[in-house]
Design a protein around this ligand. Structure first.
Ligand code: NAD
Length: 483
C-alpha cells in the first residue's frame, strides 16, 4: 500500500529544523519494505543545539514554572493526544508495523502517561527530618535540569510517554533521541505539546543514528540525567559515556522473562495469556514472556494446547490488524532468522508454528510465530533475548527447580506465576529475581501506575508510576540551625 512520502525534521525550540549536516535517513514501512520518506540524520552539532535550547528553557522558564502550571500543561497535552489518538496510532502502525489495535492502545497509553504525571506533578514533596535540638532539617526534591531520553523502536509512544511525562512533571527540560527505525509518532506528539502550551525548548527531539546522535547525547556534558531503553549492549555504552561526566542513568534493558505454570493453575485463564505475552508486538517487547516453565505432570498437555494456538496465529500488515505484524526492520528480521537457524542446528525443535498471511507484501519483514519444544536451560534460545515471536518451553519437577530455572538467565525484568496455592504465590513473588512479578496474570494491563524496571542485566532504576518521579529528581537536604 503506497503511503504519502514525507520528510521529517528535528523538533527544537518548538520548531522543525533540518539536520545541520543536511543528511537524512530513509524511513521504511516494515509491512511492505517501501519507503515512507526520510528523517533528519542528526549529528553531535544537532544534539548540542537541542541541549542548549533545553538548558536555556530550563534556566529561564521551566525551573520557575510552578508545579501546578506544569501539571496543567501536561494535562492539556494528554487531552490533545487523546483527541489525536487515531492519527498517532496510524503513524505508529505504519512506522513499526504493529497491528492497529496495539497502536491504538499505545496512543491511549501516551495520553494516560501525561494525565498521570499531570496529576502527580504537584504532589511530589520532600520531608522534614527530626534532628538535634536547635535544627530544622528538610529535604527538597529538585529536577536534575536537562534530561536525555534515548528511546527504542518497539514502543515509541509508550516509552516516550513514561519517561518524558515523568521528567517534565518533575521540572526537567528534555532532549529526546528516538530510534532511527521508528520515531514519526514522537515528532507528531511533540508538535501537540507545543499546541498544549509547553514553552519552547522544554522538549526537543533530535532524530538520527544511535552511534551518532545517540552517542552524542549520552556523552554531552550538558545532560544531567539519561534515561535509556534498549539493548543491554547499547545500555552499557550509554552508561559508560554518561559516567565520563558523572551523569546518573536509568537503564531499561532486555529480558528473557519466564511464566511459571504449576499443575494447580487455571489453564483456561493462563493459556491465552501465555500466547499473548510473546505474540504482542511480534515478540519485540522487553518484557515479552519468552519462556514458559511448566510443571512436569502437565508439560505435555500444556505444550499440546500451546501448539494448537500457535498453529492458528497469522502475521500480516499492521493495518490489517492480524495476530501480529512484521518485525521492525530487515536487520531485525535477519537477526531473528539467524538465531532460530542456529538454535535449530544446536538441538532446538519446532513444536508448532503459525503462518504469514497470503496477502502480506513480499517486501515486508514477516516472521512466523514459533513454539519451541522443551529445551535445556543452557541453550542459547533459553538464555538469549530473541526479540521475535519465539516461545520456548521448559519443564520443572518442583517449586525449587521452578525458581532455579526462572532465575537461570542473565536477565530479570518480569515474571508470571500461575498457581492457586496462596503460600506458593507469595514465596515465588519473593524468590524470583525480577523487577515485576505477576501472579495469575501477566502485565496487569500494563498500567502506567506500576513501577517498571529490571535487576541483573535487565538494568536499573525504575520508570512508570510515582516511583519514576524520584529518578527524575535529586534530593537536597537543607539543615537550618536556628538555636
Ligand atoms: P539499541 O539498544 O541499539 O537501540 C535503542 C536506542 O539506542 C535507539 O534509539 C538507538 O538509536 C540508540 N543507540 C544505539 N546505539 C547507541 C549508542 N552507541 N549510544 C547511544 N544510543 C545508541 O537496539 P536496536 O539495535 O534497535 O535493537 C537491538 C536489540 O536490542 C534487539 O534485538 C533487542 O534485543 C534489544 N532491544 C530491547 C529493547 C527494550 O525495550 N528492552 C528495545 C529495543 C531493542
Amino acid at each position: 500500500m503506497t503511503q504519502a512520502v514525507r520528510h521529517h525534521q528535528h523538533f527544537i525550540n518548538n520548531r522543525t529544523r533540518p539536520a545541520s549536516g543536511g543528511q537524512t535517513i530513509e524511513v521504511i514501512d516494515p509491512s511492505s519494505g517501501e519507503s515512507l520518506g526520510t528523517l533528519a540524520r542528526g549529528t553531535a552539532a544537532d544534539i548540542d543545539s537541542a541541549v542548549c535550547a533545553a538548558r536555556a528553557a530550563y534556566e529561564k522558564v521551566w525551573r520557575a514554572t510552578s508545579a501546578l502550571e506544569r501539571s496543567r500543561i501536561l494535562y492539556r497535552w494528554s487531552q490533545i493526544v487523546a483527541d489525536h489518538a487515531e492519527e498517532l496510532a496510524r503513524l505508529e502502525c505504519l512506522d513499526t508495523g504493529k497491528p492497529m489495535r496495539q497502536a491504538r492502545g499505545d496512543a491511549t497509553a501516551l495520553a494516560r502517561y501525561f494525565e498521570f504525571y499531570a496529576g502527580a506533578a504537584d504532589k511530589l514533596h520532600g520531608q522534614t527530618i527530626p534532628y538535634q535540638e536547635g535544627y530544622t532539617v528538610l529535604t527538597i526534591r529538585e529536577p536534575h535540569g536537562v534530561t536525555g531520553h534515548i528511546v527504542p523502536w518497539n514502543y515509541p509512544m509508550q516509552i516516550f510517554g513514561r519517561s518524558v511525562g515523568a521528567a517534565l512533571a518533575a521540572g526537567n527540560a528534555c532532549v529526546v533521541k528516538p530510534a532511527e527505525d521508528a520515531c514519526l509518532s514522537l515528532l507528531r506528539a511533540a508538535e501537540l505539546a507545543a499546541e498544549a502550551g509547553l514553552p519552547e525548548g522544554v522538549l526537543n527531539i533530535v532524530t538520527g543514528l544511535g552511534t551518532e546522535a545517540g552517542a552524542a547525547l549520552a556523552a554531552h556534558p550538558g545532560i544531567d540525567h539519561v534515561s535509556f531503553t534498549g539493548s543491554t549492549a547499547t545500555g552499557t555504552l550509554v552508561a559508560q559515556a554518561a559516567a565520563a561526566h558523572h551523569c546518573p542513568v536509568t537503564l531499561e534493558l532486555g529480558g528473557k522473562s519466564p511464566q511459571l505454570v504449576f499443575a494447580d493453575a487455571d489453564l483456561e485463564a493462563a493459556l491465552p495469556v501465555l500466547v499473548g505475552a510473546i505474540i504482542q508486538n511480534g515478540g519485540q517487547t522487553c518484557s515479552a514472556g519468552s519462556r514458559v516453565l511448566v510443571e512436569k505432570s502437565i508439560a505435555a498437555e500444556v505444550t499440546r494446547q500451546l501448539a494448537q494456538r500457535f498453529s492458528a496465529l497469522v502475521a500480516g500488515p499492521g493495518l490489517q490488524d492480524l495476530d501480529l505484524g512484521p518485525l521492525i526492520s530487515a536487520r531485525q528480521h535477519q537477526r531473528v532468522a539467524l538465531l532460530l537457524e542456529d538454535g535449530l542446528a544446536t538441538g532446538a525443535r519446532v513444536a508448532a508454528e503459525g503462518s504469514i498471511a497470503a496477502q502480506a507484501p513480499a517486501g515486508g519483514f514477516y516472521q512466523k510465530p514459533v513454539l519451541l519444544a522443551e529445551l535445556p536451560s543452557e541453550h542459547r534460545l533459553i538464555t538469549e533475548e530473541v526479540f521475535g515471536p519465539v516461545l520456548a518451553v521448559q519443564s520443572f519437577q518442583d517449586e525449587a527447580e521452578a525458581v532455579s530455572l526462572a532465575n537461570a538467565t542473565p536477565y530479570g525484568l518480569v515474571a508470571g506465576v500461575w498457581t492457586r496455592d496462596g503460600g506458593r504465590q507469595l514465596r515465588l513473588a519473593r524468590r524470583i529475581q525480577s523487577g515485576q512479578v505477576f501472579i495469575n496474570n501477566y502485565g496487569a494491563g500494563g498500567g502506567v501506575e506500576l513501577p517498571f524496571g529490571g535487576v541483573k542485566h535487565s538494568g536499573y532504576g525504575r520508570e512508570k508510576g510515582f516511583e519514576a518521579l524520584y529518578g527524575f529528581t535529586c534530593l537536597k537536604t537543607v539543615a537550618i540551625h536556628h538555636g
